[in-house]
Design a protein around this ligand. Structure first.
Ligand SMILES: Nc1nc2c(ncn2[C@@H]2O[C@H](COP(=O)(O)OP(=O)(O)OP(=O)(O)O)[C@@H](O)[C@H]2O)c(=O)[nH]1
Length: 599
């Protein structure tokens, strides 16, 4: 049994790359939670993809034992949270499970857009916040300037900020002390009926569904029969454990404690994040205030390059979904691509991560169709429909008007790049809402259509600002605009997977850019191929790909048979990643590349 006054639960909030994972590593090490010989970098980022991309996707947790300078032993529960905009929802739910946050700011960079977004979430959750200035080992570190910035921009007292270098370990003991002395202990009643929050759940190949909980009131033990208050499902707790960061069996978890349980739950979908867990016998009268479920905002089709792989794709998607309840899918058929799935994601990064995992972990070759946001169609008969896929667009004569989702974007950028950022936002149909300065950094807020952002806005922003801009957004609502469906015809055949919704005034420019791109991406065939963009029946742009006989063995004169065979095999492998549309082979990259808008 752990005394409430000796528990501290906290998360670390930071802009991406400001050193959150490195700090977590140091805290784990300094408290001796993981033996030095077992320590590896970014120990909490367990998924391969997380390691490779250096981003934290799933929230992770670790329980640390710490003997403070007052001689008392404390239990510190750290919940690591993702830093990227797409995963803001994961940040918000793990915030509700803890009482305080370390706000990590890179002392050489200062406050960034996600610093702001994340710290506001922490403040919303009622957290006590300890500012930590990291990377003070860097010559470019300016702790005083960054302290002033935290006070100006966030309105948080930073005079007692802890100065550290997570890399060298400097200041880590002060962080541990600050957690104990400056963050509040949790509250809760051990005698009350059990109330535990379902913070997260994931699928483990050996253990099945693992559920992470934060106990608010009461005590949970192995063998207890528990009820999920929202779904009503009843389970017996098979195993109760804490994370260090691997699972260590634990006899009981009382108020303020964080741990995991397994209970023969079949699918992650059976566990609803935000649900309240109570005892079947002596239930709590009311659940904890629930969270809103994550809503997918970006949709795209995923099709196997080789139609014979459809069942493998279904299998892989179902397995992946076991572990990621925020990703949705349903079967889709396309005239050109055959059977596949229409999938919903929290954002573009989420889409890329899922697609990468399908390709890498399950060895599938996939075609990803143009990502689309959800449009709202107001029909002439007064009904309203959601359009997830431009291919499903009904006859426009039945539509009264179309609304699209809008976002409020916050961008922070050194002022020398401000002009380029404003131009980019303007080009994407943005409306400037606000422009302020914090030192030599500008903070600009824009109202933008989400569909102009989902594709490559972030890439463009990074490139026009040489990586110095930071960006965050949230959806504000729907607004009417003049939107039309643009189709692409290759050799006279419409390619559904390339159709997209565009603003009427931009259709010509987009259509022109698309057909020019496609002309470069589609290899020449033995006949001429017209590539057209059209709205309704009207062609608005056209290119023609001239005919060519492509003989890869032509350059192998002489009788080197092995070389000839190698080339033919190479060509065959190249073919695998193409898809036939009528008589035309379209390479897989075309579906993504054609949609990227340059400048
Ligand atoms: N010089 C210096 N570099 C640091 C320090 N702390 C972290 N870094 C480096 O900064 C980079 C980002 O650190 P991470 O800990 O991965 O950052 P993060 O905030 O966890 O990033 P995400 O998990 O992607 O959100 C890494 O290359 C670290 O080695 C520090 O104190 N000094």
């Amino acid at each position: 049994m752990t005394d409430l006054a000796r528990i501290r639960n906290f998360s670390i909030v930071a802009h991406i790359d400001h050193g959150k994972s490195t700090l977590a590593d140091r805290l784990i090490q300094a408290t001796g939670t993981v033996a030095d010989r077992d320590m590896k970098e970014q120990i909490l980022d367990s998924m391969d993809i997380e390691r490779e991309r250096g981003i934290t996707i799933k929230a992770n947790t670790v329980r640390l034992d710490y003997t403070a300078r007052d001689g008392q032993a404390y239990v510190l529960n750290l919940i690591d949270t993702p830093g990227h905009v797409d995963f803001a929802y994961e940040v918000s739910r793990s915030m509700r499970a803890v009482e305080g946050s370390l706000l990590v700011v890179d002392a050489s960079q200062g406050v960034e857009a996600q610093t702001l977004a994340n710290v506001y979430q922490a403040l919303d959750a009622g957290h006590e916040i300890v500012p930590v200035l990291n990377k003070i080992d860097l010559p470019a570190a300016e702790p005083d300037r960054v302290k002033a910035q935290i006070e100006d921009v966030i309105g948080l007292d930073a005079s007692d900020a802890v100065l550290i270098s997570a890399k060298s370990g400097l200041g880590i003991p002060d962080v541990l002390e600050a957690i104990v002395t400056r963050l509040p202990p949790p509250k809760g009643d051990r005698e009350a009926p059990l109330k535990a929050m379902l913070v997260d759940s994931w699928y483990d190949a050996y253990l099945g569904v693992v559920v992470m909980i934060r106990v608010m009131d009461g005590v949970i033990r192995k063998g207890d029969r528990i009820r999920m208050m929202q779904t009503g499902a009843v389970y017996a707790v098979d195993r109760l454990a804490v994370l260090r960061p691997q699972m260590v069996d634990w006899p009981e978890l009382g108020p303020g404690e964080i741990g995991v349980l397994t209970a023969s739950i079949k699918q992650v979908r059976d566990t609803r994040v935000g649900d309240t867990i109570t005892h079947e016998r002596r239930p709590a009268d009311a659940p904890l205030p629930g969270f809103k479920p994550a809503q997918p905002v970006v949709f795209c089709g995923l099709f196997p390059v080789d139609a014979a792989d459809f069942e493998d794709l279904r299998d892989a998607i179902e397995k992946l979904a076991l572990n990621d309840a925020s990703f949705t899918f349903e079967m889709e058929t396309s005239a050109a691509l055959g059977f596949g799935f229409r999938c919903g994601f929290l954002g573009l990064l989420h889409l890329e991560v899922v697609r990468d995992r399908l390709e890498r972990e399950y060895g599938l070759d996939l075609i990803t169709t143009a990502p689309s946001v959800v449009y709202r169609l107001h029909m002439k008969d007064g009904t309203v429909r959601d359009l997830h896929n431009p291919a499903d667009m009904p006859d426009p004569t039945h539509i009264d008007h179309i609304e699209e989702p809008r976002i409020k974007a916050t961008i922070m950028v050194p002022d020398e790049y401000l002009g380029d950022v404003l131009k980019l936002c303007q080009d994407r149909r943005g409306i400037q809402l606000n422009l302020t300065y914090a030192g030599s950094r500008a903070m600009v807020e824009y109202d933008l259509p989400l569909n102009e952002v989902v594709f490559d806005f972030y890439d463009r922003l990074k490139s026009v600002t040489k990586g110095y801009a930071s960006f965050d957004y949230h959806i504000t609502g729907y607004r009417e605009d003049r939107l039309v469906k643009m189709q692409i015809l290759v050799n006279g055949e419409p390619v559904d997977a390339l159709s997209m919704m565009v603003h009427r005034d931009r259709a010509e420019t987009r259509g022109r850019a698309m057909v020019e791109k496609l002309k470069e991406l589609i290899p020449r065939h033995m006949f001429q191929i017209p590539i057209q963009a059209a709205i309704g029946g009207k062609v608005i742009a056209r290119e023609t790909l001239s005919a060519l006989r492509k003989d890869v063995t032509a350059k192998c004169y002489g009788g080197d048979a092995t070389r000839k065979r190698k080339l033919l095999e190479k060509q065959k492998a190249g073919k695998k990643r193409m898809r036939q549309f009528g008589k035309v082979d379209i390479p897989q990259e075309a579906f993504i590349s054609a949609l990227k808008m340059d400048g």
